[in-house]
Design a protein around this ligand. Structure first.
Ligand code: NAX
Ligand code: K
Length: 493
């Protein structure tokens, strides 16, 4: 199993920069030249036929990296022009030195956007306006440059981070939308959550020779897991029997929402759970048994009828299609007190947020799986606030309710009592109804197979996204949640 990758704040990366310079015993301009060279190598690999390069340079060291890139392009006889957002005579330190280097290589520098030709499809634009020094809202002159980059026809390489994106939390107002981001020294959390995945394009990490051991010296904001670093299920013994792999009960499916509960039940089954029960409205029974006869479907019309069904299972998933009517509230009130691990989703979360049911309950053995809207309700804030710092929001929900919190998104965050994890898997085709129900079923199915709630959350999130990627090979638009089911089965072993 690989170790997860640490993800840092801008402040921590600046600290890593300092430590790297000290450890390598090189002047800071030498590190800047390494950064520029690394970015330029990736530019040439990605766009070997680039006819011209426009470099947008800011007034700090991110701009300095840009001047180095421009110098290297000029050395290779590639037509290159720099737009200096901050006049060169105002530059200081390494950025000034890098600018002089570019000048010595004959790079043409302009200080007004009007002097810049419009970039066509053969142009590569280098965004070196703002890096880890960016804070607050984007100020005016930089905003015009960002607008110009985003409206142009050229491909865009962002140096270290797309300008305007927060390295700390992935929030962004006006920001560069890049095709490729080459990031240095420490991976920044903001590249991987919130708006980050949409703004960065492909992300490439270059450590610029920084010793690996340095990374452990600085506290990360989160750990990034992928298929190689999540704990997988152990192979099954030849003499296995079904009771060893957990009995999952799914509770949900009020009138009109029967499919949600059934999809959760079926995905728990495809994740390898030994036995699956479903407690749902009587009217959904026939459809459930037709679609998936392996599921033991029970009709429930009141909380009382659920009571005996709570005795058998090893894990209970509550919420898919539960609705917010008294029927769902009654079921949640009872299931929420069951003495086995729980997975709560959808209207179970909305009802929990309402505070009338399970008020004040904190459990170490439950997994809450909110999307942005549900997260906002759980915290009593609006979605914009969750988006402004998704990691902080996931942590705040975990602190309020305990257990494991999966905040779903392009970079899904998993908050637990040991910190925050992040997993990037999946694709925009998965923005369709039913996908969350599958995740709920998968996580419950994995807990049934003896992973801890946290391990099940990690593996479940990765597996769900990966199944989505495989299913999307035939196209993202029109991808249905049930299209993922065969892939879940292939990935779970
Ligand atoms: N420090 C180092 O050792 C290294 C730094 N490197 C580069 O340097 C970058 C960090 O450099 P700096 O710390 O100089 O910072 P940046 O260059 O990222 O940003 C500083 C500039 O941004 C402006 N700025 C800040 N907030 C703004 C806002 N809201 N609106 C408009 N302008 C704003 C500041 O006025 C200043 O001109 C990294 O991202 C990386 O690209 C690399 O060269 C590798 C080595
Ligand atoms: K940048």
């Amino acid at each position: 199993m690989d170790t997860p990758q640490p993800l840092y704040s801008a402040k921590s990366v600046r600290e890593l920069d300092r430590r790297t310079i000290a450890a390598l015993k090189i002047p800071s301009i030498a590190l800047m030249k390494r950064a520029g060279r690394a970015a330029f190598v990736h530019l040439q690999q990605r766009w070997p036929d680039a006819k011209r390069i426009q470099v947008f340079c800011g007034g700090g060291n991110n701009g300095g990296d840009g001047y180095v890139i421009a110098a290297l392009a000029a050395q290779k006889q590639i037509p290159v022009v720099v737009f200096a957002c901050v006049e060169p005579q105002k530059l200081k330190g390494d950025a000034l030195e890098a600018c002089e280097y570019a000048r010595r290589e004959g790079v043409h520098i302009v200080t007004s956007l009007a002097e810049l030709d419009s970039a066509d499809g053969d142009t590569v634009i280098v965004d070196a306006l703002l890096g880890t020094g960016f804070a607050g809202e984007l100020r005016a002159p930089v905003g015009h440059a960002v607008e110009r980059i985003n409206k142009s026809m050229g491909a865009v390489l962002a140096v270290d981070i797309p300008s305007g994106l927060s390295a700390d939390n992935g929030s962004a107002g006006q920001a560069v939308s890049a095709d490729l981001t080459v990031t240095f020294i420490g991976r920044k959390l903001g590249l991987h959550c919130g708006r980050g995945p949409a703004l960065c394009g492909q992300v490439v990490y270059e450590n610029l020779g920084a010793p690996e051991s340095l990374l452990a010296e600085v506290e990360p904001l989160a750990q990034r897991f992928d298929g190689a670093s999540v704990r997988r299920l152990a192979p099954r013994a030849a003499d296995s029997y079904k009771n060893q792999f957990g009995h999952v009960l799914v509770v949900g499916g009020d009138s009109g929402y029967g499919g949600a509960a059934l999809m959760a039940a079926e995905s728990a089954a495809r994740s390898g759970a030994g036995l699956i029960s479903l407690a749902t409205r009587p009217e959904h029974l026939a459809a459930a048994l037709t679609r998936c006869p392996e599921v033991m479907a029970h009709p429930v019309i009141s909380g009382q009828e659920l009571e005996p069904l709570l005795e058998g299972p090893d894990v209970i998933a509550v919420g898919p299609g539960l609705g917010r009517a008294p029927w769902g509230e009654q079921l949640l009130a009872r299931a929420g007190r069951a003495e086995v691990p729980l997975v709560l989703d959808a209207d179970a979360l909305n009802t929990l947020a309402g505070g009338r049911v399970l008020a004040g309950l904190r459990r170490d053995d439950w997994v809450l799986t909110p999307h942005l809207g549900e997260a906002a309700r759980l915290l009593g804030c609006d979605v914009a606030e969750v988006l402004s710092d998704p990691r902080a929001a996931a942590s705040a929900i975990q602190q309020k309710f305990s257990g494991v919190v999966i905040l779903k998104g392009a970079g899904t965050l998993i908050a637990h009592d040991g910190g925050v994890d992040l997993i990037n898997s999946g694709n925009p085709g998965m923005a369709s109804g039913g996908m969350g129900d599958l995740l709920t079923g998968i996580v419950a199915g994995l807990i049934g197979q003896h992973l801890s709630p946290l391990e099940a959350a990690r593996l479940g999130v990765w597996l769900h996204g990966e199944a989505g990627n495989r299913a999307a090979e035939k196209g993202q638009r029109g991808l249905l949640a049930t299209d993922l089911l065969p892939h879940i089965r292939q990935l779970v072993d």
